[in-house]
Ligand binder design. Structure first.
Ligand SMILES: Cc1cc2nc3c(=O)[nH]c(=O)nc-3n(C[C@H](O)[C@H](O)[C@H](O)COP(=O)(O)OP(=O)(O)OC[C@H]3O[C@@H](n4cnc5c(N)ncnc54)[C@H](O)[C@@H]3O)c2cc1C
Length: 450
């Protein structure tokens, strides 16, 4: 008798979900999502893994997925606590024979699976490759032979056929008897629900329903034909696909996106914009496989390079960067948009990342960790991989990227519209970066008369 636990992670969808297809072949099934307490605690870069904007987005993804499971007589058990012990307790309680989950490149998920397999050797763990577009066996090289640069990867991969979608499940097995009824219990460590819809900026609604709706709208419009010309703009819903938050939680899959691009090209014809969009999805793919290959090197100060960067940690500078109080108005505007909405254009991300590393000389990992907390589309491989590129410690032979902020402002915000939208009235741009200048040392002692 196959008694399965489907550990749901970044695969919050019914369609094109191979893991759910495998789970559907079980005799009894429990679908579990663990909201881990650690996500809300500060890490050693002073940020949390999950901030308010993404937590809000995730909750709508979870409730959408649960509603869909209910139509199959199943439901999503959302458990708050420690992931490893939650999975272990459920396996013991329901005498689970099989655990099914999506194979993710992140070290957090993989450590849990390793720990789990060591503690429960009798349970079969099935890690399903579907966060990526291709599976390992479809790659035309061994993972250890992954090309060292994206441009080489892209040349090889553009000729590989896009995989077809997995069939949609028709039925799901029954739940176990004596399942606890879902509660509205919220542990104290969960952040209070403070979320307000932002008046300006984009509001993304989580879940497969909205993700598919957006995917269909985008590819039923003409927008993909002009993507290349407008994708670098700092503002505007239509300037890029805005698919990333739904891809991040697996509400839609990269296979669905690539099939939509190919379908669009079949109907409307290929052009440099549709090709460019295709290549962006391949970028995402490249970073996933790179992360699978290099593991924790993705998070190391020297990254994949052989040298340590010449940056360090300046708490005041970092804090000013996070809160949009640097001497650079464009950077402040971008950081305000990111903090308030959880989204920032690709160009905006490049500018602020370059500023942190090059102008503020701060260790890039603090910036990557801040992005991890803030972004609603956070993706471990894509985020840390892009930060490595900017910091010059990635797999890229060209070294780091230094964006000239003045030039970027002239190019992408010549009339200051973006800045006036996002800058606070009390913008600190005229203030110096450091409140204490190196030449001020030694700082005179302040006498307290108490
Ligand atoms: C420092 C930095 C950190 C980033 N962190 C993340 C992150 O955590 N999560 C994330 O999804 N993207 C990240 N990106 C990549 C990119 O900025 C976003 O994917 C993009 O802005 C999302 O908007 P979109 O869906 O409209 O993108 P589009 O321009 O419409 O692109 C379509 C899709 O292609 C992929 N893509 C686009 N640009 C890149 C890129 N540079 N690298 C890899 N894949 C890409 C994404 O899946 C995106 O949804 C980061 C970029 C930088 C410079």
């Amino acid at each position: 008798m196959k008694r399965s636990l489907y550990w749901v992670t970044k695969d919050l969808r019914i369609n094109d979900n191979t893991a759910l297809n495998i789970a559907s072949k079980s005799d009894l099934l429990i679908c579990v999502f663990v909201v881990d307490k650690k996500w809300f605690e500060p890490n050693h870069y002073q940020s949390k893994s999950l901030g308010g904007n993404r937590w809000h987005f995730l909750q709508s993804c979870l409730s959408d997925f649960n509603e869909r499971l209910l139509t199959f007589g199943q439901q999503l058990y959302i458990v708050y606590g420690d992931t490893f012990s939650t999975l272990g307790n459920l396996c013991e309680k329901y005498r689970i024979t099989d655990v099914i989950t999506t194979h993710l490149p992140g070290t957090y998920e993989n450590n849990i699976i390793t720990q789990f397999s060591d503690s429960f050797p009798q349970v079969t763990v099935n890690k399903v490759e579907q966060f990526t577009l291709f599976t390992n066996t479809l790659l035309p090289f061994e993972l250890q032979q992954l090309p060292v640069s994206y441009s080489k990867f892209r040349k090889i991969m553009t000729d590989v056929a896009i995989p077809k979608l997995a069939p949609t499940v028709q039925n799901l097995p029954s739940q176990f008897k004596s399942m606890p009824s879902p509660t509205i219990f919220r542990p104290q460590w969960l952040p209070p629900i403070l979320y307000k819809k932002v008046k300006q900026g984009f509001n993304f609604d989580g879940g497969e329903n909205d993700g598919l709706k957006h995917l269909n709208q985008y590819f039923s419009s003409n927008l993909p034909t002009t993507y290349k010309e407008v994708r670098n703009n700092l503002d505007g819903w239509d300037n890029s696909s805005k698919l990333s938050p739904w891809l991040g939680y697996g509400c839609i899959s990269p296979r669905q996106v690539m099939n939509a691009i190919v379908g669009f090209e079949d109907k409307q014809g290929k052009n440099s914009s549709t090709e460019c969009l295709f290549l962006e999805i391949l970028w995402r793919e490249y970073f996933q496989w790179l992360h699978f290959k290099v593991g924790k090197k993705m998070y190391q100060f020297k990254g994949l390079s052989e040298h340590l960067p010449l940056t360090t940690f300046y708490p005041e500078r970092f804090n000013k960067w996070c809160t949009g109080n640097t001497p650079y108005p464009l950077v402040n505007a971008c950081m305000n948009e990111l903090r308030k909405t959880g989204y920032l254009s690709n160009r905006g991300r490049q500018i602020v990342a370059s500023c942190l590393v090059n102008e503020l000389s701060v260790d890039w990992r603090y910036g990557a960790a801040w992005f991890e907390e803030q972004l609603i589309d956070y993706d471990a491989a894509v985020n840390w991989g892009n930060w490595q590129y900017i910091a010059g410690v990635g797999a890229d032979p060209r070294g780091g990227r230094h964006f000239n902020i003045q030039k970027q402002t002239a190019l992408y915000d010549p009339n200051g519209n973006y800045q006036s939208k996002w800058l606070d009235k009390t913008d600190q741009a005229s203030q110096p970066l450091d409140s204490v200048d190196a030449s001020d040392w030694p700082v005179p002692m302040i006498k307290h008369n108490d």
